[in-house]
Write a protein that binds this ligand. Sequence first.
Ligand SMILES: [Zn+2]
Length: 319
Amino acid sequence: MSKDLSHYIRQIHKLRVNKVGGQAPYQPLLLLSLIELVEQDIVIDNCFAISPELISIFIKYRDRLSNGYYQADLAQPFYHMSKKDDAFWHLEPKPGHEEVLRSGGRLNTLKKLKDNVLYGYFDLELFEILQNRIYRTTLISTIIDQWFPGEFEKVKELLQIHSFEQLRLRLKESGGAIYSVEDVKDELVNEVRDAAFRKNLLILYDQRCTFCKLRIVSMFGENIVDGAHIKPFSKFRDDHYTNGLALCKNHHWAFDRGWFGIDQDYQVIVPHNRFTEEPPEASMSMYNFHGERISLPIQEDAYPSQEALRWHREAWKIV
Ligand SMILES: [Zn+2]
């Protein structure tokens, strides 16, 4: 049977939904989110990573089409939609993790998925169909008619909202936010929040580690530099950029353990009793950075706050 538009319309009608606690159409919600990634040109080849963009779109549809009733994790449909016999959705394992996928180990949490899966992808035929705007609209209507009757206008409106960028820009304008315990209970919301914090910090710091000035960005936009919190997020839930530093993985790890601090003149302090090191070259020694000024954002109002830096020095007894 040829895999044309009508074939995929039939497949959509057959999507499984969770019947526990009423119909919870997580697979249709995921499918809608994946189609939006194509619609907005966020995904241009057939590789759908578990990205903050995907997560924020999924949250948008989950919350707006269910009136807050559904609490689903994205991981469930991302995994289960690939397990049907005639699935049109597939998972590409990370190198060395092929057996985990083949053995049918249930990858039903975000962590398990991210540990084992590089990305998901559609049948080639379906991905080609999705390049056509009219076919896309037909598939979206099929999902809406079947699972969310009467909501087409709402979905059309939601499709125009680039949810991750909108959140990121709002936070950039306001300088960040402090969250309540309730705000960060939802793992998905938390992922998106952290990704927005990181992306804005990386823009402010020109994608460089503020300590060693390293800047490495992959062709896929992956970055070795993190958005690090000065006062830990777990305790303060403070995502203001003034509570952040762009740090490479090594220096993020070291900062979180008090291996160095930053003084009131934005100079590095490396205390002399925390570690020993044998760098291959003297210039790579951490002690070598003692007294160096960190790189700072162009905007002065985004400099790390004196109060946060002092908190970090005092917490780790760095003098
Ligand atoms: Zn670094």
